[in-house]
Design a protein around this ligand. Structure first.
Ligand SMILES: C[S@@+](CC[C@H](N)C(=O)[O-])C[C@H]1O[C@@H](n2cnc3c(N)ncnc32)[C@H](O)[C@@H]1O
Length: 301
């Protein structure tokens, strides 16, 4: 069942959606090194091109993989995030169509009818409003499931349900790739609550730990200007999932861990010592350049 803070987050993401890319826009999206790393790791461990991205937000990861020939479905519980995501696909398609025409025809003049040609251009992506805790809409199975910067919005008591639901959406032998923020990522942000984002809008932000709620609180206040007519306040709660307990729940949900990538890759073979890997990662938390996130890839066993 959705917890009280998860419900607040959902409302906040709806408000945040139109402004999200002003804060977290990824330059050169199609060459993004973070997505390229995820893709290389996924390709290393197994095949398949049918991919589901959970908590896809404004769709950056979906566009990156679809552009590379993957058959992509994105889900998000925020309707507004998907409105932005769908618009972004149209822009990318239009952009690619125009570029292709310019390359082929040096005398090319932009054609007002360009939208007529969009359906034949990649990326092709399906977007659905759905919640990882419910999966009401998406019932088919996938070769790969990804989850980037989303697991920290799931309350600890719902992690087991989320992981079990994800396992059900995978074909046998399929892979789940999740990016987990470690405690260092939270403490880094506590140290620098103000200078975390770059943005072209006037805003202020704060990051703190809410003792009573047992969650980290991110507050962003957008001030009115030419783009933002009314002030917009966004409050998001994030949960720290300690690596050890997360990995335990991951395996209990039916995943065999095939890879963990904490800044530098650790290859998890059958005989590897998961406890040692976790201890070594934990030990770096006190270092300024320690591990702030871990890419974990599990195979449906
Ligand atoms: C910080 S954003 C990350 C978006 C995107 N993955 C990225 O890396 O840019 C987290 C996203 O997860 C979505 N989300 C959070 N909880 C969810 C849930 N239970 N089911 C589906 N989507 C969820 C939010 O609406 C939001 O778009």
């Amino acid at each position: 069942m959705q917890n009280e803070l998860e419900a607040l987050n959902k409302t906040s993401f709806e408000k945040f959606a139109p402004l999200y890319d002003t804060i977290l826009s990824r330059e050169k999206l199609l060459e993004n090194p973070f997505f390229a790393d995820i893709k290389n790791n996924i390709q290393d461990v197994g095949g398949g091109t049918k991919l589901l991205d959970i908590g896809c937000g404004t769709g950056d990861l979906c566009i990156f993989f679809a552009n590379d020939g993957y058959n992509v479905t994105g889900i998000d519980y925020s309707d507004n995030m998907l409105i932005v995501a769908r618009n972004k696909v149209s822009l990318y398609k239009a952009h690619m169509t125009v570029r292709k025409q310019m390359i082929e025809d040096p005398n090319f003049k932009r054609n007002a009818n360009v939208s007529a040609e969009l359906s034949s251009v990649r990326p092709k992506i399906r977007y659905f409003v759905d919640d990882v805790l419910k999966f009401d809409k998406v019932k088919d199975q996938f070769d790969i499931v990804t989850m980037a910067d989303t697991i920290s919005y799931i309350a600890p008591e719902n992690i087991g349900t989320a992981l079990k639901n994800i396992n059900d959406r995978l074909v046998s032998g399929g892979h789940f790739c999740v990016i987990l923020n470690t405690s260092l990522s939270f403490t880094n942000r506590l140290r620098r609550p103000e200078d975390f984002f770059k943005n072209f809008l006037d805003y202020s932000s704060g990051f703190s730990y809410d003792e009573a709620k047992g969650a980290y609180k991110l507050e962003i206040k957008f001030k009115p200007n030419d783009t933002v007519k009314e002030p917009v306040d966004v409050t998001l709660y994030e949960f720290l999932h300690p690596l050890r307990s997360f990995v335990d729940q991951f395996m209990a949900a039916g995943f065999q861990i095939v890879r963990m990538v904490p800044n530098t890759p650790v290859f998890a073979h059958d005989d590897c010592d998961i406890d040692m890997i976790i201890k070594n990662i934990d030990d770096t938390y006190s270092m300024p350049n320690g591990v702030y996130s871990v890419v974990i890839i599990g195979r449906k066993s």
